[in-house]
Design a protein around this ligand. Structure first.
Ligand SMILES: [Zn+2]
Length: 100
């Protein structure tokens, strides 16, 4: 075997290998781009659907929930004079009757 024969056999192999690597890189890049575009399109579709849903429905559900009045539950009625006292005190504001 002479060196020229070996080179003529090895060089095409190297070239093919390099082409394989370059093309592999190219295709993976290419398809990833396609995938990203697909996903972005899907996201846009979903966002459009959501915006349509939001614009279709009236905004009645966006009313702020009124805070529950805790006053009524925190009050106690005096058994003596029927005065409605706050829970902060144990003695009646009106007649001074003491709760047990
Ligand atoms: Zn009282």
């Amino acid at each position: 075997m002479n060196s020229g024969g070996i080179l003529s056999f090895v060089i095409p192999l190297i070239v093919i290998f390099c082409l394989f690597l370059i093309l592999r890189e190219f295709w993976t890049w290419y398809f990833k781009q396609n995938e990203i575009v697909k996903k972005l399109n899907r996201t846009n579709e979903l966002l459009e659907k959501i915006s349509q849903e939001l614009t279709r429905k009236p905004t009645t559900q966006e009313k702020p929930v009124e805070p529950k009045k805790q006053e009524d539950t925190n009050r106690w009625d005096c058994p003596k004079c029927n005065y409605s006292n706050t829970n902060k005190t144990s003695t009646c504001h009106k007649c001074g009757h003491k709760l047990k």
